[in-house]
Design a protein around this ligand. Structure first.
Ligand code: AMP
Length: 215
């Protein structure tokens, strides 16, 4: 069983790397952001609670995300392990997580700020199946349409310059201290997130002593 946390500023490619990794190792990808976005799309009670906060690029309450993570991990559909993405985002969440689960490592995707802005503002998402695109590096074959399901490509509500600024502030103020905490426990593998997805995936597997990536 392998249990990893993946961290990195928005746009650093966490979702892409999770996709490249999870199939080979049968890991369950748990993205707190995806779970919350689904609540918003499906107009649930939780969705109504978090919609505005998410659109502004701010963090939702610790109690809520902790209960989402607890419920998700209690489903026990992760026989071979999990990759958790977007959690923990602050020191309190890290304390909650480490009390309840042991992890094998933290994958930290490192991306300089100037790259972040460029990537995030060109990011698109399929409104139907959630597939990720990027208008610079990973364009769809037909403009505005998902290659997989034909769904409409949209921007995330929080991929605006204002929300990005708020998320970067939280990342440096609240999430970086989590990395420091994990570093003290010697969990952290830092990988340069500037090269293409395959090169990053190779570096992750080499750093975690996993079988090599074959694209
Ligand atoms: P992400 O897809 O990881 O960028 O998350 C999108 C948004 O969901 C964030 O900007 C927050 O509003 C919310 N969110 C996701 N994970 C957390 C978390 N661990 N703590 C608080 N808010 C979160």
């Amino acid at each position: 069983m392998r249990k990893y946390v993946i961290m990195g500023v928005q746009g650093s490619g966490k979702g892409t790397q999770c996709t490249l990794m999870r199939h080979d190792f049968e890991l369950t990808h748990i993205s707190v952001g995806d779970i919350l976005r689904r609540h918003v799309q499906e107009h649930t009670k939780i969705g109504a609670l978090v919609r505005r906060t998410m659109t502004a690029g701010e963090l939702v309450s610790d109690d809520l995300v902790e209960s989402i993570v607890r419920d998700r991990l209690q489903q026990h559909d992760w026989n071979y392990g999990f990759l958790i993405d977007g959690f923990p985002r602050n020191v309190r969440q890290a304390g909650f997580f480490l009390e309840s689960y042991d992890i094998d490592g933290v994958i930290h995707l490192d991306l300089p700020d100037e790259e972040v802005q460029k990537r995030v503002l060109s990011r698109r998402l399929c409104a139907a199946c959630g597939m990720d695109y990027n208008l610079i590096s990973d364009r769809p074959e037909v403009e505005g349409k998902c290659d997989v399901c034909g769904g409409k490509l949209v921007s995330r509500d929080d991929d605006t310059p204002e929300a990005l600024a708020a998320r970067l502030r939280d990342y440096y103020g609240k999430t970086e201290p989590v990395l420091e905490l994990f570093r003290r426990k010697e969990y952290v593998l830092t990988v340069d997130a500037r090269p293409g997805p395959a090169a990053i995936q190779k570096a992750i597997r080499a750093g975690l002593n996993l079988p090599a990536y074959q694209p």
